[in-house]
Design a protein around this ligand. Structure first.
Ligand code: URA
Length: 418
């Protein structure tokens, strides 16, 4: 078999066989295929697409290109994944709820890159919390308390890592077969039996419109089934940031406030109940959506989800006095109010712009090696649909650099219609 024939086949719109896809993934991972040959094949896939069988074969080949986590000793694990967004602290809220309902949560999360945040960075803003623990300890923690949230300590789907980085350099990120196989390969390598995926849709997401989001959701559902992993995709809005906070510590504080039952932003409630109810249905713990939703909300109001979160943080070395009293978290030096430029109704708070501005403030990374500043970001008190008066405070910019804070303030983050 040789790579030139495989490239030519896809260039000529033919279907690739399982053997050809396996050959490509194995040899590219082992550096026996050059980046320019891989780039040619990726571009041919981007232009000519792949059918479900090809996407499933690509997914499986990438999933098994490195370590595959064996979670079979934990029973049925239902994983949750988001295709990324701004202010997305849903994992921090939902996973303790799920664990408190008796479903094992063994989750390896990623770091943020570009304008989207990552759960590992958020967890690491809790003093002492360690996301880097050996796999046997990770599994033991799940056995003992039903939950562990860590970073990617194993070499999961290295083929995807290489291909994803390559796609980024050749304008081939926005391809549904490539995104679907990238996400699903990591989920399969992470060991889940069943998967619920939050397919975000809007300016702050990969999928900018509903048509593409639906296509991606359909493909992932089908290839999950073909790969023997029952998958449910839920499409959620990412035109404005999720909840009120954007930034690592600020999002952790918001998640804690939700788990304590102090606040419940409407969009957060919709997302945790949609995803959570589907996870409970997949795990056989709810008969239908309404029952699942009620169970999710009940374990917030009875404190069980919060207690599970505290247990998790304590077990992984975090200082729970910060959870009990979130005032202890270090604040940014400058907390600058954003005031309404006129009276009227808020019609936009663009997630993409907010995401970019939060990276500028230091909350995210442009390159993988960049350091992040945990305390900076935004708290948006007002959201789309709210009516406001001129000069009313809409939210706050949290910055450790006065000039950067002022530059962000000069951006028109909120669009108000009179
Ligand atoms: N998230 C991934 O993991 N891969 C993609 O290709 C896009 C989003």
């Amino acid at each position: 078999m040789n790579i030139l024939d495989i490239i030519a086949k896809k260039r000529d719109k033919q279907e690739l066989s399982k053997e050809e896809i396996d050959f490509f993934v194995k040899e590219y991972t082992n550096n026996n295929i050059t980046d320019y040959q891989a780039a040619a094949l990726v571009m041919a896939i981007y232009i000519n697409g792949m059918n479900d069988v090809e996407i499933t074969n690509l997914t499986t080949a990438m999933a098994y290109s490195g370590d595959v986590l064996d979670l079979s000793s934990l029973g049925e694990v239902v994983d949750k994944h988001s295709t990324g967004g701004v202010g997305d602290k849903i994992t921090l809220i939902l996973m303790p709820i799920i664990a408190s309902l008796g479903i094992p949560v063994a989750k390896m999360s990623g770091r943020g890159l570009g304008f989207t945040g990552g759960t590992v960075d958020k967890l690491e803003s809790i003093p002492g919390y360690t996301t880097n623990i050996p796999v046997d300890k990770f599994i033991q923690n799940v056995k003992e308390m039903g939950i562990s949230l860590i970073g990617q300590t194993l070499n999961l789907a290295p083929a995807d890592k290489k291909l994803y980085a390559l796609r980024d350099t050749i304008s081939c990120t926005e391809s549904i077969p490539l995104i679907a196989s990238s996400i699903m390969s990591k989920k399969i390598a992470a060991g889940a039996n069943k998967i619920v995926i939050d397919v975000t849709c809007g300016s702050g997401a990969f999928m900018k419109n509903m048509e593409d989001a639906k296509k991606l959701a359909d493909v992932m559902t089908r290839i999950g089934k073909l790969a023997g992993k029952e998958t449910i995709c839920v499409i959620t809005d990412m035109n404005e940031p999720v909840g009120h906070a954007v930034g690592n510590t600020l999002e952790v504080i918001e998640a804690i406030d939700v788990l304590k039952g102090k606040i419940m932003p409407k969009d957060v409630e919709n997302i945790i109940t949609e995803l959570g109810a589907n996870m409970l249905i997949l795990a056989g713990k709810a008969k239908n959506f309404d029952e699942g939703k009620a169970k999710i909300l009940e374990n917030i109001s009875n404190g069980k989800a919060y207690n599970k979160f505290v247990e998790l943080i304590q077990k992984q070395g975090g200082d729970i006095s910060y959870i009990e009293n979130t005032e202890k978290f270090e604040k940014a030096k400058y907390i600058i109010p954003i005031k309404a430029s006129k009276s009227g109704k808020i019609v936009s708070l663009d997630a993409y712009t907010v995401g970019k501005m939060s990276v500028y403030l230091g909350a995210g990374r442009i390159k993988k090696e960049d350091k992040i500043d945990a305390s900076v970001g935004f708290v948006f008190e007002k959201k789309v649909g709210d009516t406001v008066l001129k000069d009313e405070i809409l939210g706050y910019i949290h910055s450790n650099d006065k000039e950067k804070g002022e530059n962000v303030l000069s951006q028109e983050l909120y669009i108000i219609q009179e």
